[in-house]
Design a protein around this ligand. Sequence first.
Ligand code: TPP
Length: 662
Amino acid sequence: MSRYLDMVDGPAHVKKLSPPQLETLAGEIRQELITGLAKAGGHLGPNLGVVELTIALHHVFSTPKDKFVWDVSHQVYVHKILTGRKDRFHTIRQTNGLNGFALRTESEHDCFGAGHAGTALSAALGMASARDRKGTDENVVCIFGDAALTNGVSYEALNNISHTTKKFIGILNDNEWSIAENVGAINGYLNKLIRNPSYNKLSRDFQNFLKKLPKGELALKLAHKAEEGFKGALSEVSLRKNTPSVEAEGRGGHGSAILFEEMGVRYLGPIDGHDLPLLISTLEFAKSCDHPIVIHILTRKGKGFEAALKSPEKFHGLGPYNEKTGETPASKPGTPPNYQDVFGQTMVKLCQKNNTLVGITAAMPSGTGLKHLEKAMPERYIDVGIAEEHGVIFAAGMATMGYHPVVAIYSTFLQRAYDCIHHDVCLQDLPVIFCMDRSGLSANDGPTHHGLFDIAYLRCLPNVIAMAPKDEDELQDMMFTATHQNHPTFIRYPRGAGEGVPIKEQPKLLEVGKAEVIHNFASNGKRKVALFGLGNMCSIAAKAAVQLVAEGFDVAVINPRFTKPIDAGTHEFYGRAADVIVTLEDHVLMGGYGSTVLECLGDKGITTPVVRIGWPDQFIEHASTQDELRKKYGLTAENTVARVKAQFAEAGITPRKLAEVA
Ligand SMILES: Cc1ncc(C[n+]2csc(CCOP(=O)(O)OP(=O)(O)O)c2C)c(N)n1
């Protein structure tokens, strides 16, 4: 039997369907999401939660003229399906496939790209302001989650709305969850809005609006009916919430002021975000408003898939799963532990011996591995919400009081807090430890999530100690070493599994600024190549070394360990001893570790050629695997060998002559 979904190629088709047909379409889309993502994974839970909302948005508004701005934009899969990308949906997050986030270059219906949280309200307000200045009439709709309200930027935008425009539509998609459970006072506040009967009814002007519609009385009846049904759902939602509500008296006359209204933005809600007719009427109303409005909708992450409803955190974003049961494949026996787990377990180990340590996450307990600390020593675990700037300054404050905070934030998200690192931590030379997971590629996510810039953005700051472990055991040593420093200390390590080395029971202290020579020259009269493999590139360097030795070179392999301060002595020694230096880094070449080496050698007047292997000066796309991208951009042992040989060839040293030297 053919599906409505098969007939929907664009938003115009969504407009033609009646409410019952749209309900059927919603069911079909849910199924498409569940089956379409099973093979390669993706953000299933958040997208199952916004099926009705996205359909209603496309039913009421007209993209690309109207603008939908999605916060984070991990929940745009349904939007992609409805805007001409249905046939490619099964390619999402894979090589040459659809990106997992909104992407301006992918579709004219994606008016603003994202991947980081908290940007949507500002971007949408910018669009509304531009529209007003131009005198055009597009609608700008901003869809943001409850967790976006843990992020400071969102409030900066809210603070500006009523002074900027009269036409602005915000949709607060409240499902109670960030990736993990949402945290902080705002969570309790939203809970209070949901529970408070004064808000749980249709506002008078909304009722008047409905009455004026053709078949308005019927629409009103439907809305009331939906409201009744919704109240049943509400008590269920309220029971699920275990956070205390905010009980302080506010100025709004209901025990608390409505935050949005106090900021000059009309508040409507909460609305059942799965009730299509009610959503459509509400959006029509919002469209007709001549004042900024926020509609608070309640949705359930994972709706329509039992396993996802049961485990919202797991199904926020995941790899392949069984489309019937939701089960995920067990990792293959012998798979080394993930860096994030080694980090989390080491935190527990270190915290048990050192009372000054605390672990801070910005809404990523699982992703960073800090959940291990949360479980073992909850009193030493702090989740600040999606608030990287606050988290870093908060850590700086703790450091002034004798604590040694460990801030666990992905490399890419730490970019948010750059000024805080500079102004609050480094300038005051405070002993905050930064553990930056996902330094390197986050292949399926793509350019918003690759952590390829941190060496460059940190190495220009005074007082910084920055390092990168070659394996999971060295991560432990580096964390231990960091706890002995009285300066800002940064450790970058990649996503995913470690190298499979044994992890010592007790970590050891490393000498700051000292590289590790893994394999020295044989001094056998052959051409000398010194390979400096930073972090996870050390194992690639070791592989390249084997091939280069087979090709007749004398090869040294060095693990630089520190990008700041770099080991000037060791670099100078090899700079003078080797015929060619090679640096390998999982980072952009511009300003990265290889640049540091060039500067170091240049300062000493050493002119030995330096072959730099790393990421080029461009944003790297997403792909199915890290290996595919490494191959494409030459971050491989094979390319290292080829580059070394090319370097000698350029200097007029042919393989024959090489053999002669040997
Ligand atoms: C600056 C930043 N920090 C952390 C993240 C990781 N992250 C992605 S989605 C998400 C939670 C989003 O929750 P919400 O906005 O409520 O949307 P939901 O998934 O619940 O629909 C987080 C913390 C991010 N994308 N950006």
